[in-house]
Design a protein around this ligand. Sequence first.
Ligand SMILES: C[S@@+](CC[C@H](N)C(=O)[O-])C[C@H]1O[C@@H](n2cnc3c(N)ncnc32)[C@H](O)[C@@H]1O
Length: 349
Amino acid sequence: MKDAAFELLKPELDKAPESSLWIADENLLNQLSRVNHNVHVITNRYDLMQQLQQAGWNTVFSDFDFSEIADHSINRIVYRVSKEKPVVHHVINQAIRILKPGGELCIAGLKNEGIKTYLDKAKKLFAGQIELVKSDKNTWMGILQSPGEADTELLEDQRYAELREVAADEHYGYQSKPGVYGWNKIDRGSAYLAEELPRFLDSMTTTPDSILDLGCGYGYLSLQCATLLPNTRITATDNNAGAIRACQANFVQAGIQGEVIADNCAEEISEKYPMVICNPPFHQGFSTDGDLTDRFIASAHRHLQPEGIAAFVTNLHIPLERKAARWFKKIDIVADNGNFKLIRLAQPK
Ligand SMILES: C[S@@+](CC[C@H](N)C(=O)[O-])C[C@H]1O[C@@H](n2cnc3c(N)ncnc32)[C@H](O)[C@@H]1O
């Protein structure tokens, strides 16, 4: 389905001059546009990087880290707003630093994503001129010209680039940052899975010598596994650049033996594991994406040894058992707490 906000930006992307940047977040997956070799793309999603590279775009995967880009060196930035406010504020703040005086920030989004507030804030920061375009009453684009330096305070980005401790338990402190899924807390579903991990381990004939943490976020479940199984090697993987950064930092700080790999549903990981743990996402961009749950189940199937088990946690309303029936012979709801259920998948078909 076409994204109305991106449709407004497309002509700006098409005619972008040399030294232009396209900042692409998850909501642009499958929103392809004609390649413009004047434009470098920065995306924080691995799947989007794959898709754009394949289409011929010059694309870098990073946690929207602009630190290597010189001050006032960019002619145009094209940005369809992200889901989270600190990310949007970070991009607008960085735009004023890296745009040449007179360089343009083209920014678009929907009303219910707060685009009008973002445009007001950006207008203040950019000291005045804004060209506004509307495709319908819900979809807005602003084109702002950079004055060179901001003469008002930068937008509150909750120190976007900085990792910091966001939670702790008796074993570890957990580092995370804005832009990572549920960045400033321990996910309640994951906490439930962690609490019940011994139940899953007791059902196995041998202690797993390796575990795959599928969609690892900042690595909470990996660290929980390491608490119980200090000699088990852990591979953690995620699609999001910020999550990879945070998880790597947590692995180093906790002295975890294992690796953290950026990937799309572990597609490029060929190893099979005796255990997979997973709290799958069910939101992609602004829409609910059942398909992603299916892809996580299929990935667990592909990465499981014949005798292995996958431990999943989901909200009660997600029909994970039904979806898993295509891939696994043995499916058990191990427990539920009224909000979340724990599901054990075994005997991959
Ligand atoms: C519900 S969160 C769980 C995070 C973490 N395991 C925890 O317990 O806090 C789901 C995770 O899946 C990641 N994700 C989303 N799409 C993905 C994909 N295509 N491939 C890999 N990971 C993905 C998200 O970035 C997010 O970190």
